[in-house]
Design a protein around this ligand. Sequence first.
Ligand code: ATP
Ligand code: MG
Length: 292
Amino acid sequence: MAKFNGDHIKLAIQKDGRLTEDTRALLRTVGLHFESYKQRLFSICRNFPLDILYVRDDDIPEYVAEGVVDLGIVGQNLVVESGTKVTELLPLNYGHCSLMVAVPAESGIENIQQLEGLKIATSYPLTTTKYFAEHKVNVNVITISGSVEITPALGVSSAIVDLVSTGSSLKLNDLVPIATVLDSQSSLIANPTSIENVYKKAIIDRLMTRFRGVLAAADYKYVMMNIPRSALEYVSTTTPGLKSPTVLPTADAEWMVVHTAIREDMFWDVIEKLKEHGAQGILVSSIEKMFV
Ligand code: ATP
Ligand code: MG
């Protein structure tokens, strides 16, 4: 059997679940080469000093806290629930969901104060208990490991605290959300001792620079377009790109080519304005990685 490489740092990721595909994709996008197939317990990167351990997501905060691995990629919801001492290094902008309080639609319950004295089923007992205590509502928290959303229909609970992304699972079970306990996304976490080790810290920093390059790129679109010379000043001020747009001449003295980056959140507004100013042949592409 292959062994962990002693010079490598170790990263735990979810073996098989909602975060697995995006996590593997992220690791490959940042240039890591590793074998991965379902039965594997771990992979050794061929071109970076990193070993990847595949585990159940619930175990990741504990493994990181105990130093079994140096790093983990896991939902913030589990970091909070575990109560472990790990250092959050970088939210990764996928696996978005919220831990919510939900009640049967026909219950007529509209706020958490109305849950006083009632049973709440959840797979997040610590987070749930803390939340209700902070809001000074006395509830009876019942820990259920899976399919929490069916417990009200079974008469096990009056309300649930569960993860919601689109809300379709709640709808399917005639439940409505009444409060948000926390918002979560996938995140890179570290063992506090590992990031104080100079050798490990250097490797972790290299990895984070790569991750940041991928995250930053998702916020921008790369745009190429033809603009009339008269629009140049307008274009330079509205689409500064990262520093200043690249402007190139064309065979026609009245037209220029502009290359720039536009922020995703203002993309459509900017495109509409550019068209009003005579821009033509606007080509847009995604950026895979970006370092500013
Ligand atoms: P494992 O077998 O590894 O223990 P699991 O069944 O406990 O997996 P998944 O359902 O794969 O966990 O969810 C993994 C993580 O995905 C969650 O902890 C959460 O951070 C995130 N997530 C995003 N959207 C949702 C959702 N709608 N429901 C549950 N988890 C979600
Ligand atoms: Mg789990």
